[in-house]
Design a protein around this ligand. Structure first.
Ligand code: HAM
Length: 425
């Protein structure tokens, strides 16, 4: 787990802020869920990989609990237990830290941050399309370039396996193997669990059905799975979703992978991951999960969502040299000359903060010249020097640190002079 020094923390918070503004623009309301949840709840459909990597322990009351490895289980619990009667659709946003006991390596941390958007209560392709468009919009608003989305539909693989009467547990195992790119092993397990010859040849072909020409690849996928009706339905559903995205006018590169499986077990429909060329791993992941809310005791409720990795987005921005400067335009330091002036310096700092100007007060008793040197080092734009002589006349010295020029101003006009300067720019 990492520490974030001020500059890194600022970029993280900037990115988080952009994700929050996006939530606001798409009318997703923020919810805050606990970092610790029941182990069983988090483990229910997280998939073997995440299940094995949870920080799980017994609390003092003997309950089995874990640090959340993702948000979706908590959101599904929230819907099932507290929001079942809310009018649908429900759009929820959350943002915070997650924990997975991953091998620490480039782009994989044990503590990381996600911004997470869930659209609950619609099984229509327009809901899937909204989640894709929102994710594209986030990449755009962060200033990223050349991003592309890998998109698939778990209904294609599951459709084949289900029609072969392969039990869900085995299906999960096969999907996990596919997610880890262990294709040969996945085919062997399919055969061993009674999958027909047609099933293995279809799976093999579907795993090769990938490419950027969306209509062509989807037509190919449809003919590959033509023996399996529910897999054909899945391809058609994906076609509908992507037609909507295209017709909405947004443009981003898409790689269709008909055999795409994500590790999480709750997915039932479209799944996707956005990438940037500079990072070898995806920056986000999402998809449709129509059965999770009922698993937690709610009514059957379809849902689709996405989580974007803030750490990875920050790295992507760094690699693409995207500027995230949010530096305040002005930053003021108030310097008292001598101990008698300290209280006045504090009073003036409060006056300026009241009109939203960031102010720090010199608090280590430096001489004026040393304090000015320090102000330069801290990128202070203006200093206010409070000395007994000027103060007697109700004045202070206001110094513009960039122009290296100073004047004596009435305290009563101090706020105005900042305002005037702002508008003169
Ligand atoms: P996920 O693919 O497990 O999906 O994670 C989403 C994103 O979180 C990843 O694409 C990555 O950016 C980031 N992430 C995951 N693990 C790490 C790690 N160890 N270090 C750094 N970043 C990481 C989910 O979590 C689902 N809940 C997404 C979802 C929401 N599906 C539907 N709704």
């Amino acid at each position: 787990m990492r520490n974030f020094l001020p500059k890194e923390a600022e970029t993280m918070k900037y990115t988080e802020q952009v994700t929050r503004e996006l939530a606001h623009l798409y009318c997703y309301e923020e919810v805050i869920t606990p970092i610790v949840e029941s182990y069983d709840l988090l483990a229910a459909k997280s998939g073997e990989e995440i299940r094995n990597r949870m920080y799980a322990f017994n609390d003092l009351g003997g309950r089995r609990i874990a640090l959340r490895p993702e948000f979706t289980a908590s959101i599904a619990r929230l819907i099932a237990t507290k929001m079942m009667n809310e009018p649908k659709p429900i759009r929820l946003y959350c943002c915070g830290s997650l924990y997975r006991y991953d091998e620490p390596q480039h782009l994989r941390y044990r503590e990381f941050w996600q911004s997470n958007y869930e659209l609950i209560g619609s099984n229509k392709p327009e809901a899937d399309a909204e989640i894709l468009i929102l994710t594209y919009d986030l990449m755009k608003r962060l200033g990223l370039r050349d991003y592309w989305f890998k998109i698939g539909h778990v209904g294609i693989l599951r459709g084949i396996l289900k029609e072969e009467d392969i039990a869900e547990e085995r299906q999960n195992q096969i999907m996990q193997l596919l997610d880890n790119k262990r294709w040969d092993k996945a085919l062997t397990v399919t055969q061993e669990t009674g999958g027909s010859k047609t099933a293995t040849t279809t799976l093999k072909k579907i795993l090769e059905t990938r490419g950027k020409d969306v209509p062509k690849i989807l037509n190919e996928a449809k003919s590959v799975v033509s023996n399996y009706d529910s897999a054909v339905d899945a391809v058609e559903n994906l076609q509908n979703i992507l037609d909507l995205v295209k017709e909405s006018g947004v443009k981003f590169e898409i790689l269709i992978e008909a055999g795409f499986a994500r590790g999480l077990e709750y997915y039932t429909g479209m799944v996707f991951q956005p990438y940037v060329p500079e990072l070898e791993r995806e920056v986000g992941g999402g998809g449709r999960y129509d059965k999770l809310i009922e698993l937690f005791g709610g009514e059957p409720t379809p849902a689709v969502g996405v989580a974007n990795g803030i750490d990875r987005l920050v790295l992507a921005m760094k690699k693409q040299k995207v500027l995230t400067k949010t530096k305040a335009e002005r930053r003021v330091m108030v310097i008292p000359i001598g101990e008698e002036m300290r209280a006045k310096a504090m009073e003036l700092s409060l006056m300026l903060r009241n009109v939203n100007i960031p102010v720090e007060v010199e608090v280590v008793g430096r001489t004026v010249s040393k304090a000015l040197q320090d102000a330069d080092r801290r990128n202070v734009t203006h200093t206010i020097i409070v000395g007994p002589g000027e103060l007697q006349e109700g004045k202070v010295v206001l110094r513009d640190m960039r122009k290296r020029d100073q004047k004596t101003v009435e305290i009563t006009t101090l706020v105005d002079s900042f305002e005037r300067e702002k508008y003169a720019r």
